[in-house]
Design a protein. Structure first.
Length: 423
């Protein structure tokens, strides 16, 4: 037999959530086969079988939180009687472990012991998916009618459980949540709602954003950029650039180069606070915010000051592809010194980006929009304009420094040739 344990997850990460089991109890597995997927604060990891055998026991179900070194399952022998006996024995062991947590009776002292026993019995006769769904919806499994001849409760049975039975069971959970959600449910009783658990990554994003606002003296300054020159360069050079480098010439390489040039002039935007010290970083690892299925991630383009436009575009393309395929490594996300985020791809005209702690600066790009611009006292022209925003930590970055940083970014973007010299 071999225990399936949660491996080391990386620096500062001690917990994970079981995102998905890729095999079921009783399945025959070979060494190297993927068994389950873990979701951490930053990336997803897959655990493989370390030996041949049968997955005889699943101790932790999808959605459960686990710690490094914790046993989540057991692989038994694949030959002889133990293998054939494993599937029959499997339902008992893990459910006995989880029964106290899954049983609503544990939270309802007013129920009789007989009712608690009935609930535990129903929980033991339910599939893992059914137990998970019942926990999420606050449903007592002892009240769910099974369509199975031997009385085992499945996920469809929980789904079809009447709303009148589900509402009283979920009332304690609603009372705990409180706030506007509780008031809304009380105001519109019987209205359909969906309650789902936050993913671990979404919880981490929420906590980090709130922490950034609570710990930093965050301010935002705005400016606008005339994108005429960049659009002209892209129009003239786009095809030749693609033919030579096998990558498209996008906007992000221009902005990355402009940010690097501005950071060299205003190094406090490339720093962080460590206690009473200011740590000024003399390298330029630029984080590029990418929207992925599980939420925003910020992979890092390393040593951006030493990269060509083509190198930057290739790295950003590779990192964005990994983010959307959920294959980013922890090393792809660690150690950025400054962040760029582009809400313009979703149509945002103006926004206030939140700092990516412990960084003290983040640049927000927005939608390019044709607007009338005064060329001089007598002439107006329609120009492709973009609002840009710099959020910064006022504890170490003065307002004048932040404004001049953003003006420098604007000037470099409006004169793309200068990026070759300054960026």
């Amino acid at each position: 037999m071999a225990d399936i344990k949660v491996p080391e997850l990386g620096e500062s990460i001690t917990e994970a959530t079981i995102s998905k089991w890729l095999v079921t109890e009783g399945s025959t597995v070979s060494q190297g086969d993927l068994l389950l997927e873990l979701e951490t604060d930053k990336v997803n990891l897959e655990i493989s079988a370390e030996q041949d055998g049968v997955l005889s026991e699943i101790r932790k179900q999808e959605g459960d939180n686990v710690s490094v070194g914790e046993i989540v399952g057991v692989i038994g022998a694949s030959s002889g009687a133990p293998a054939s006996a494993a599937p029959a024995a499997a339902p008992e062991a893990p459910k006995a472990v989880e029964a106290p947590a899954a049983s609503p009776a544990a939270e309802a002292p007013a129920k009789a012991p007989a009712a608690s026993a009935a609930s535990d019995s129903a929980s033991l006769a339910a599939s893992p998916a059914a137990r998970k769904l019942a926990r999420e919806r606050g449903i007592d499994l002892s009240q769910v009618k099974s369509q199975d001849p031997i009385g085992r409760v499945y996920q469809d049975d929980v789904k079809s459980h009447g709303t009148q039975a589900a509402q009283p069971a979920s009332a304690p959970a609603a009372a705990k949540s409180g706030g506007a959600g509780q008031a809304a449910q009380q105001a519109v009783p019987g209205k359909p709602v969906e309650r789902k658990r936050m993913s671990r990554r979404r919880q981490t994003i929420a906590n980090r954003l709130v922490e950034a606002q609570h710990t930093a003296a965050m301010l935002t300054t705005f400016n606008e950029v005339d994108m005429t020159a960049i659009l002209d360069v892209r129009k003239r050079r786009k095809q030749a650039f693609l033919d030579k480098h096998d990558v498209g010439l996008g906007f992000m390489s221009f902005f990355t180069k402009a940010v690097v040039g501005a950071l060299k002039k205003f190094p406090h935007l490339n720093a962080e606070i460590d206690g009473d010290d200011i740590v000024v970083k003399q390298f330029y690892d630029i984080g590029i915010a990418v929207s992925a299925k599980e939420g925003l991630v910020v992979p890092v383009v390393r040593e951006a000051d030493r990269l060509s436009f083509a190198d930057i575009e290739k790295q950003i393309g590779d990192l964005a592809g990994k983010a959307r395929a959920n294959t980013l490594a922890l090393s792809d996300l660690q150690g950025g010194t400054f962040t760029i985020t582009n809400g313009g791809v979703f149509g945002s005209l103006l926004s206030t980006p939140i700092l990516n702690a412990p960084q003290v600066g983040i640049l927000g790009m927005h939608k390019i929009q044709i607007r009338p611009v005064a060329i001089d006292a007598e002439r107006m022209e329609n120009r492709p304009m973009m609002y840009i925003a710099l959020s910064y930590d006022h504890r170490i970055v003065d307002g004048s420094e932040a404004v001049r940083f953003l003006v420098t970014v604007k000037e470099l973007l409006e004169d793309p040739e200068s990026l070759l010299l300054e960026g």
